[in-house]
Design a binder for this molecule. Structure first.
Ligand code: NAD
Length: 441
């Protein structure tokens, strides 16, 4: 690209920061805005506040090339940009509906400083029809009567491989009414050479909730099948392979485990259920998806209880606290819930995670755990080892050394990280998801 476009991203979190860095890397001039002064200070000092593979290097490279900078001022972002992306949180409320106050506040703030035509793009995950509300709000607070267009451009990145997902997306969805806004958005994404789907604003918003709900449905489907495997003696890994080899289905998202967590799936499924109810067409299938997900963790805990009999005073090691590998994100992590449950039952829990320790230390519900320096340190003296996140570091560990460290070599593998026969050969009593338990050979 000869001349980059001037872009602002409001909200410099997992989505905003990665988006800003990737936009800069393809040649755009990007200002990342955030209202957390510590975040801006740390970014300006060259310190990246989140862990995402490849992100730090990307940020440093583009800051050095003067294509990426950080500010606490929305006005600075709006003044210097043709397009303003909104990537602020849309957290769940207790009733499952979405808290849109962050979006509303940013819309109001942008409107207050708008003096010329701008495209305002919602990248946050929002309920269908939010774009209409954003436009209405901007019209109301638009003191200078500046022209603007509102676009929906949902983000599909996965934490843990967000940079790669941003750089080589499966598709870009642009929901807009105005041809001019669509042309500008196409220019932003031109360097990514990805398929672009142009829709109306409502459809773009709906695509995001429908896509995440479908992925969660796939996870709950295979988890429900895993329970049937356990009851019948079938092997979930073989069953998933057999299902997944059908190209109409595909093997992705057919990994049985202790359920989905994270900052997106639980909240997006709850939101989609609420949206469908508000529209008078309740999507009841998704309630079953939620039920199966919760039951999966409960079933896993029951296996632990059934095996250890009483958890009180048992020393249990837990490997993995983040909601998935290759991230430091522990938001709505099933692993954290598991640790909290075991602590409540009186177990002594020692935990280790390659990137999630700093954030996990702050979680009140697991304050009673012992936070360890390494996976082996956590396993020292343990009567059982629980694997709750499938970090490759755990998969590559010397199992014989782990066994030596433990008092009683019992493993509960909530992510099917290991091969049961290998585990039995090393001398573990091994429980996993949807596969028969094995005792030492
Ligand atoms: P995050 O909490 O990591 O980041 C949000 C950032 O916005 C924070 O740094 C916060 O300080 C900032 N912020 C809040 N209010 C602000 C304001 N008024 N002005 C400026 N900055 C403000 O959140 P996230 O994970 O990046 O998610 C953002 C949105 O993207 C959500 O709607 C989420 O559902 C969606 N999303 C997230 C992912 C993901 O994997 N995390 C993927 C796709 C979509």
């Amino acid at each position: 690209m000869q001349h980059g476009m001037n872009l602002a991203i409001v909200g410099s979190g997992y989505v905003g920061l990665v988006t800003g860095a990737c936009f800069a890397d393809v040649g755009h001039n990007v200002i990342c805005v955030d209202n957390d002064p510590r975040k801006i200070e740390s970014l300006r000092a060259g310190k990246v506040p989140i862990y995402e593979p490849g992100l730090e290097e990307l940020i440093h490279r583009n800051v050095a090339a003067q294509r990426l900078r950080f500010t606490g001022s929305i006005k600075e972002g709006v003044d210097h940009s043709q397009i303003i992306f909104i990537a602020v949180p849309t957290p769940p409320q207790p009733d499952g509906s979405v808290d849109l106050s962050f979006i509303e506040k940013v819309a109001r703030e942008i409107a207050g400083v708008l003096t010329d035509y701008r495209v305002i793009v919602d990248k946050s995950t929002v309920p269908v029809k939010t774009g209409e509300k954003v436009a209405e709000s901007i019209r109301r607070y638009n003191r200078h009567g500046a022209k603007f267009d509102v676009v929906s451009n949902p983000e599909f990145l996965r934490e843990g491989c967000a940079v790669a997902d941003l750089m080589q997306p499966d598709r870009i969805v642009i929901g807009a009414q105005s041809e001019h806004a669509i042309d500008l958005m196409k220019k932003v994404y031109e360097p990514f050479m990805a398929p672009i789907l142009v829709t109306d604003v409502n459809s773009a918003e709906l695509i995001k909730h429908a896509a995440n709900s479908f992925l969660a449905l796939k996870i709950s489907y295979i988890n429900a099948v895993s329970a049937i495997c356990e009851a019948s003696g079938a092997d979930i890994e073989k069953v998933a392979d057999g299902i997944g080899m059908d190209r109409r289905i595909g093997r992705n998202f057919l990994n049985a485990g202790i359920g989905y967590g994270g900052s997106c799936f639980p909240k997006d499924i709850a939101a989609f259920i609420t949206i469908s109810e508000q529209l008078g067409v309740p999507f009841t299938l998704l309630k079953e998806v939620q039920r199966i997900n919760a039951a999966q963790k409960d079933r896993f805990l029951k296996t632990i209880r059934d095996t250890l009999w009483v958890l009180r005073e048992k020393h249990i090691a837990v490997w993995g606290l983040t909601f998935k590998p290759d991230t430091d994100d522990i938001r709505s992590s099933v692993a954290i819930d598991l640790v909290a449950d075991m602590l409540r039952e009186g177990a002594h829990v020692s935990v280790y995670d390659p990137k999630g320790m700093e954030r996990a230390c702050e979680v009140a519900a697991i304050k009673g755990a012992r936070f360890c320096e390494s996976a082996l340190d956590a396993a020292e003296g343990a009567e059982a080892l629980v694997i709750s996140t499938e970090w490759s570091e755990f998969g590559n560990i010397d199992l014989a050394v782990v066994k030596e460290k433990m008092t009683t070599p019992i493993v509960f593998d909530g992510r099917n990280l290991f091969d049961p026969t290998t585990m039995a050969k090393v001398g573990f009593r091994y429980h996993s998801i949807g596969r028969a338990p094995l005792t030492p050979a």
